[in-house]
Design a protein around this ligand. Structure first.
Ligand SMILES: [Zn+2]
Length: 379
């Protein structure tokens, strides 16, 4: 055998061993009972790259959960009226499969409401939840369970959320529910009219026994958004809440149907805010926080065996680059080209039944269509 053939053969064999070692061959086909959709707001390829290098080669602790995904793709994030999307149009494309104008949440270009995958899940007897580090009324969560022509209509969005088919809602934005122009207390209304268990401290939620009764939960644990990790948010909190969400939602639906299962949307909301601020440390700490969320979701999915976990972004923020740094990534020069969003394609990562279909270069609306198809929902 000529040396170059030998090298090629050796490379081929190592590659195969690597793929087998990662268990790629056994993953990704079939249909999931549960879907966990994780969105890193503003998380492009460079944000992921910086977090990866920091954890695996730099001063991080070596843990890296996004590497546990088995299928990878790209998503195109353009909106109906712009090359560069905002979070409302970006999330609406993911939640409804329709491109809409920048600023819209849960409505199409004609301003008419579009049923979201979360609402379709609720309508077919599945349980639904959302967990975010922003106000729950912010553009991304709003796009999954509210329908408004303008993302800034926070109090109207809160009203929509109070009536939405949600079984589990956790994040910030308490003020939009209880300190309103119209004097209504939406949390009290959710408790009285819909039987919600209302909590305002994450400790209470994490300690609460998992009761046998099926009771929806709302815990708005911050008046506004969550504090940054650097300002005191417990770095273990979001992962713990993710595990708790899976545990609470993973139960038979109120009406036992063949479709029982759950849809959970989790957003790492502040990666975007770090990008807007051109603050590399902020981006890095929030991306690493989302990686811990991914770890908790994948732990559940691996044990459950019937859960699809998808990670993507609504767009990239900051035009971030790694411009310099030491070989061991102990230092990295993180740079930005803008304080706004960019049109860069964003990563798609998937694990579990149905993951195979997300390993593509596709439009953001296509992600929605492929998820609907896995659950036999009319898109
Ligand atoms: Zn943004």
């Amino acid at each position: 055998m000529k040396p170059n053939h030998w090298i090629l053969t050796k490379c081929f064999l190592s590659m195969n061993a690597l793929l087998w070692g990662w268990g790629v061959e056994a993953q990704g086909t079939g249909k999931p009972r549960n879907i966990i959709m994780i969105i890193g707001d503003g998380m492009g390829h460079t944000q992921v790259s910086a977090a990866y290098l920091h954890q695996t080669q730099g001063s991080g602790d070596g843990s890296w959960n996004m590497g546990r995904f088995t299928h990878f793709g790209y998503s195109v994030t353009t909106s109906s009226d712009a090359l560069i999307t905002d979070s409302g149009a970006g999330a609406t494309a993911l939640s409804t499969g329709r491109k809409t104008y920048n600023g819209a949440v849960g409505v199409g270009p004609d301003s008419l409401p579009l049923q979201t995958i979360l609402e379709k899940a609720g309508a077919t007897g599945r349980r639904t939840g959302m967990l975010v580090t922003c106000e729950v009324t912010h553009a991304t969560p709003a796009s999954y369970a509210a329908h408004r022509i303008d993302r800034d209509l926070y109090e109207d969005i809160a009203l929509d959320l109070s009536l939405a088919p949600l079984d589990w809602l956790v994040g910030g934005g308490r003020n939009h529910f209880v300190a309103r122009q119209d004097q209504r207390n939406l949390l009290e209304e959710m408790r009285k009219a819909r039987g919600f268990k209302v909590m305002d401290r994450s400790e209470d939620l994490l300690k609460a026994p998992r009761s046998s009764a099926i009771q929806p939960v709302v815990a708005l644990i911050w008046d506004g958004p969550a504090p940054r990790i650097s300002e005191g948010r417990d770095p273990g909190l979001m992962a713990a809440l993710t595990a708790r969400a899976c545990r609470d939602l993973d139960r038979p639906a109120p009406i036992a149907t063949k479709d029982s299962g759950f849809f959970l949307m989790i957003e790492g909301s502040q990666i975007d805010w770090g990008g807007h601020a051109n603050d590399g440390d902020y981006v890095l700490t929030e991306t690493l926080d989302l990686d811990r969320v991914v770890g908790a979701a994948l732990d559940f999915a691996r044990q459950d065996g019937n859960t699809l976990v998808v990670l993507t972004a609504d767009h990239e923020t900051g035009g971030m680059a790694i411009n310099s740094g030491a070989r061991d990534a102990q230092s990295m020069g993180l740079a930005f080209t803008t304080k706004k969003h960019t049109a860069a394609l964003v990563p798609v990562m998937a694990y579990g039944p149905g993951a195979e279909g997300l390993s593509a270069m596709m439009d953001n609306t296509e992600i929605y269509r492929r998820l609907c198809s896995l659950w036999s929902l009319e898109p």
